[in-house]
Design a protein around this ligand. Structure first.
Ligand code: ADE
Length: 218
C-alpha cells in the first residue's frame, strides 16, 4: 500500500479529486492511502500564522519555515521512508516516465504545495525533489500535486482495469500517443467510422492503428 501525504493550506481542494473515479477505486482496493495535512494546523500563535513578509522588502507574503518543517516532520513520522516533493515551476518537468518510476518505487510520497507568493528558501532543505508540471505559473501547488498524484496512482499495479491498458496508451514508449478510437454507432451525423475498423481484419486494424498513432513532441 502506497502512502501519499499532502501538506497544503487548502485540503478541501483535494476531496473531490481524491474521492472520485480511479483514485477512489485505488483507495477502496487498498493500493493507496491518502493523508491530507492542513498546514494551518501548524501555524504559529493564536492566529495560526503561516506566512510573513520577505526580508529585504518586496510585495507579498512568504510561507514561513517553522509550520512547514513541523508539518513535513509529522508526515515523516507517519511514513519515515517517504520522499518529499515540492511543487514549484522551478522544478524538474514531470513526465510519464517519472510517473512510472514513482509508481514502481516501494516508498510513499509527501507533497508540499507552495502558494503563489512564494516560500522561505530554507524549505528546500526538507525536499528530495522539486517538481514542475509545466512552464507556467499556477496560484499554488495544489493542482500540480493532484495532476502528479493521478499520474502515479493509475500506474500502481492493479489499479487500472485491464492490465494492458496502461502499456499501450499515450507516452508509454516515450513518444507514441494512442490512436483514434470509435464506438457505436458506425455513422453519426455524416461522420463514419473508418471501414478498416469494422472489417474484422486484425492485421489491417493493427497496421491502421500504428499508422494513425499521434506523435508527441517531447
Ligand atoms: N506551482 C505554481 N506553478 C507550478 C507549476 N507550474 N508546477 C508546479 N508547481 C507550481
Amino acid at each position: 500500500m502506497k502512502k501519499i501525504q499532502v501538506v497544503t493550506l487548502f485540503p478541501e481542494m483535494f476531496e473531490g479529486v481524491l474521492n472520485s473515479s480511479m483514485m477512489w477505486k485505488a483507495q477502496k482496493e487498498g493500493a493507496v492511502e491518502f493523508g491530507l495535512i492542513n498546514l494551518r494546523g501548524y501555524g504559529i500563535g493564536p492566529r495560526k500564522q503561516v506566512d510573513d513578509t520577505p526580508y529585504g522588502g518586496g510585495d507579498g507574503m512568504l510561507l514561513k519555515p517553522e509550520p512547514l518543517f513541523a508539518a513535513v516532520e509529522a508526515a515523516k513520522a507517519n511514513d519515515p521512508t517517504a520522499k518529499v516533493l515540492l511543487m514549484t515551476p522551478r522544478g524538474q518537468r514531470w513526465k510519464q516516465a517519472t510517473a512510472q518510476s514513482y509508481a514502481d518505487a516501494d516508498h510513499g510520497y509527501i507533497f508540499i504545495c507552495g502558494r503563489y507568493e512564494g516560500y522561505d528558501e530554507r524549505i528546500v532543505s526538507l525536499v528530495d525533489e522539486q517538481v514542475s508540471v509545466g512552464d507556467y505559473v499556477l496560484t499554488g501547488g495544489e493542482l500540480p500535486a493532484m495532476t502528479i498524484i493521478d499520474s502515479i496512482v493509475r500506474l500502481i499495479p492493479g489499479v487500472l482495469g485491464g492490465e494492458s491498458s496502461a502499456e499501450i496508451e499515450s507516452f508509454s514508449d516515450g513518444e507514441t500517443l494512442e490512436f483514434p478510437q470509435y464506438t457505436k454507432p458506425a455513422e453519426f451525423r455524416d461522420m463514419k467510422v473508418p471501414d478498416v475498423l469494422i472489417s474484422g481484419n486484425h492485421a489491417l486494424i493493427a497496421k491502421w492503428r500504428q499508422d494513425n498513432s499521434f506523435k508527441a513532441d517531447l
